[in-house]
Design a protein around this ligand. Structure first.
Ligand SMILES: [Zn+2]
Ligand SMILES: [Zn+2]
Ligand SMILES: [Zn+2]
Length: 463
């Protein structure tokens, strides 16, 4: 790949982002207590340092390498441009950044124009300090991340591709890469993950469930204390901005995450006529009836939608035939596994319960919720992996939101790009209602929205 093409592409995208930030001040979200947040910038270019260091050789001889200089480069340098020493320290990240005011942040966005910008969910006394001890943690919003990547939507088989990195092999396949290459038994792969309406809709449905069932439902949180946004790529973020939760520690957040994902539910059911929950070390007595109730409600939800269930288990037919009886039993208190549902005994009820609880929870990315030092994308900024805006949404707006058109910001004119020939074909993509691709080894003139997406994805170069 010609480095000059790649550099030219990055510079052009950066200029486009700059123009966007120059004009769009209103849609940039200013986080609560901005002066207490740590910001992290992922840059288009690399910062490098040629550290002065002593090298000790096997024969005991020592010598000094490195000139101590530093600089920036759009190319990932392997050697110091001044002294030629290898082993530069290279990063695209600037961490421990702080902004005192809204203007300070907005001006810096136009000046530095990062590829992506993040801020801490936490509040710190000294956000620019290098160590956590010096930063002094003062609480944090609770953050949930729902990523299409985790949901294993069937469409990944259609649009995700991998290639074995063994240069003598180069085998390719669709979906997630195998543990071992079927051709050469190799274990390293280049993977391309893609997005489409189907997986983004699955992520959206889980986000609505998190919001409706758990946050405003079970937890009774006020909707004005919940901030919701599309990440600009594969998923959605939800932030709870209620001071009541700011001091919850990592363990407390872990419990929340477990509750929301329905962790451990399937292992705790007994099905001897009644639906009961086995006493375990994690559960207190008073919790068991309420968990049994939740499982019963989830089973009702599952049985109500049994007509669209794709599985071929022997109990499916019985549930369809005796649906009313099954639901009537589960609605009782305590819930009963109705004997009127013919051909379904304890073993099948257990299977039905296990299937149902998969419906109960929301597949959140747990470390994002439990890590109290995590950074999260700034709402209103641009996502450098796609060129889409990180879009703030109300709960009502979420219902009809289509990220592949509603988050597109570069929608004027066309751009000529080249897609190099590779082992991996660029899958088709539907943006703003029009479908383009698949591409492999061609020059195309595409609407800016689609061109920018392919450029940001690193699959194409500016011509
Ligand atoms: Zn040097
Ligand atoms: Zn291989
Ligand atoms: Zn998809």
């Amino acid at each position: 790949m010609a480095p000059d093409k790649s550099v030219r592409t990055k510079k052009m995208l950066q200029l486009m982002f700059q123009e966007y930030y120059r004009v769009h001040h209103d849609t940039i979200d200013i986080p609560l207590r901005i002066q207490n947040r740590e910001f992290g910038l992922e840059n288009w270019d690399f910062s490098w340092i040629c550290k002065k260091r002593k090298e000790v050789h096997e024969d005991g001889k020592e010598n000094w390498v490195g000139c101590g200089r530093s600089g920036r480069s759009f190319v990932n340098l392997l050697k110091c441009p001044h002294c030629g020493a290898p082993g530069l320290q290279v990063t695209r990240w600037s961490r421990h950044i702080g902004y005192r005011t809204r203007d300070h942040l907005l001006n810096d966005l136009v000046k530095t124009v990062p590829h992506s910008i993040y801020h801490s969910a936490a509040f710190y006394s000294v956000p620019v300090a290098r160590s956590m001890a010096e930063k002094k943690w003062q609480g944090a919003e609770i953050v949930f991340d729902i990523d299409a990547d985790h949901l294993e939507s069937p469409c990944t088989e259609r649009h995700d591709v991998w290639q074995c990195t063994n240069s003598a092999c180069g085998a390719t396949g669709s979906g997630s890469h195998p543990d071992n290459c079927p051709d050469c038994d190799g274990t390293t792969f280049r993977a391309l993950k893609w997005i489409c309406d189907e997986c983004l809709t699955a992520a959206k449905k889980d986000t609505m469930k998190l919001y409706d069932k758990f946050l405003t439902g079970h937890f009774g949180l006020d909707s004005d204390k919940i901030q919701l946004n599309y990440s600009g790529h594969r998923g959605y973020h939800v932030r709870v901005r209620d001071p009541m939760v700011f001091n919850l520690d990592s363990n407390g957040r872990m419990e929340l995450a477990h509750y929301i994902s329905g962790f451990g539910m399937n292992t705790s059911i007994t099905t001897d006529g009644y639906l009961r929950v086995k006493p375990t070390g994690d559960l207190r007595n008073w919790q068991m009836p309420s968990i049994a109730r939740k499982i019963a409600d989830t089973m009702i939800e599952f049985i109500n939608s049994i007509d669209v269930y794709q599985g071929k288990e022997p109990w499916v037919k019985s549930l369809k035939l005796y649906r009313e009886d099954a639901i009537a039993g589960l609605k009782m208190n305590p819930p009963i596994l109705s004997a009127k549902v013919k051909k379904v005994g304890p073993k099948y009820w257990q299977e039905i319960a296990n299937k149902s609880v998969l419906l109960y929870g929301v597949d959140i990315d747990q470390p994002v919720t439990t890590d109290i030092h995590r950074v999260i994308r700034l709402i209103g900024s641009l996502n450098g992996k796609t060129g889409f805006a990180v879009t703030e949404l109300t709960r009502d707006a979420l219902t009809d939101f289509n990220p592949l058109s509603d988050s597109v910001v570069f929608n004027k004119g066309t751009i000529q790009i080249s897609i190099p020939e590779r082992g991996i074909t660029v899958p088709e993509i539907t943006i703003d209602g029009d479908t383009y691709g698949p591409f492999n080894g061609s020059i195309e003139t595409l609407p800016s929205s689609t061109a920018v997406f392919l450029l940001c994805k690193g699959m194409a170069f500016i011509e």
